[in-house]
Write a protein that binds this ligand. Structure first.
Ligand code: HEC
Length: 269
């Protein structure tokens, strides 16, 4: 990070610890200033910095930080954890992705109610999502590492089978499945390219870029949001945040993306 970027990030982190009403206005102003200061930087670094601050800050009814959260590499190990997700966790007896695991840690370590931990998964104008920031921080700690999501535990295999079924199941008013749009190379909707997510070459390039800062949306978006949005594109019922359905689809896609380098959070259209 350059020193200008560091200063901009520090200013925003400070702004974010101020009272909520103040924080939102000044964070947006901070982002605007940051964009001007750094025409070529990725604004996702602001989310990473805010996420690191949230990770280390004592919060929730128990007033503890997330620093002892086990993301799969042992309590407190963030480095490299994202490159090995989703995976099976014995304590919850579930396969979890980064976001559903963060929910678990917010509940078990910090004492949040599950519905509160899941309340604000995606930011909206004027409302930042802690989950997006935390996920950006966690993902960035695996930058440059090869994705290696495991597929050995029976529950991981079960999730893969479910993901395979869901990816190809046609439903809804247009009779769409994920594979309608994402199983062949070279498909497009208007000007948007539709990656073939079951092609290892393409999957390795795109799956590993989430979360990403979406210039068109002025925000970081996570894989949970990407799937939520594609469920909407299919006109299927809304996909629940951090649901087993979302995880199963990620396990399925990760199988094809394994071996690709993590470049998250990336910068996207
Ligand atoms: C009607 C077509 C359509 C269907 C069906 C669809 N998607 Fe998408 N998907 C899109 C479009 C369009 C984009 C790119 C959006 C953009 O760039 O704004 C996209 C992007 C994605 C991406 C990110 C690709 C990248 O370049 O980083 C993933 C991952 C993805 N979809 C997964 C899925 C999954 C999983 C399903 C099924 C649950 C699904 N999609 C169903 C249209 C679709």
């Amino acid at each position: 990070m350059s020193s200008t970027m560091r200063a901009a990030v520090a200013a925003v982190v400070l702004a974010c610890t101020a009272p909520i009403v103040l924080a939102q206005g000044s964070t947006e102003k901070g982002i605007e200033q940051y964009r001007q200061a750094l025409k070529e930087g990725n604004p996702a670094e602001l989310w990473e910095a805010r996420g690191e601050d949230l990770w280390k800050r004592k919060r929730g009814p128990k007033n503890v930080s997330l620093e002892q959260c086990d993301l799969g590499q042992g309590p407190g190990v963030v480095r490299g954890a994202y490159a090995h997700l989703p995976r099976y966790f014995a304590d919850t007896d579930k396969v979890q992705d980064a976001e559903s695991r963060l929910v678990t840690c917010m509940v078990t370590l910090q004492g949040f109610k599950e519905e509160d931990a899941k309340k604000n998964p995606f930011s909206a104008p004027g409302r930042h999502s802690d989950m997006e920031a935390l996920t950006s921080y966690v993902a960035a700690e695996s930058k440059g590492m090869k994705l290696n999501a495991p597929l050995a535990h029976p529950k991981e295999r079960e999730a893969f089978e479910l993901g395979d079924y869901l990816f190809h199941r046609r439903a809804g008013p247009h009779d769409y499945s994920c594979s309608t749009c994402h199983a062949e190379s070279g498909k497009r909707i208007r000007l948007q390219e539709l990656p073939a997510l079951t092609d290892p070459g393409e999957a390795q390039k795109v799956f590993t870029t989430w979360p990403a800062y979406r210039v068109s949306q002025g925000s970081v978006r996570t894989m949970q949001h990407r799937l939520y949005d594609c469920y909407w594109q299919m006109r299927h019922p809304q996909l629940d945040f951090a649901s087993d359905t979302a995880t199963a689809l990620m396990v399925y896609m990760a199988k094809f993306a394994n071996g690709g380098e993590v470049h998250a959070p990336a910068l996207k259209r």
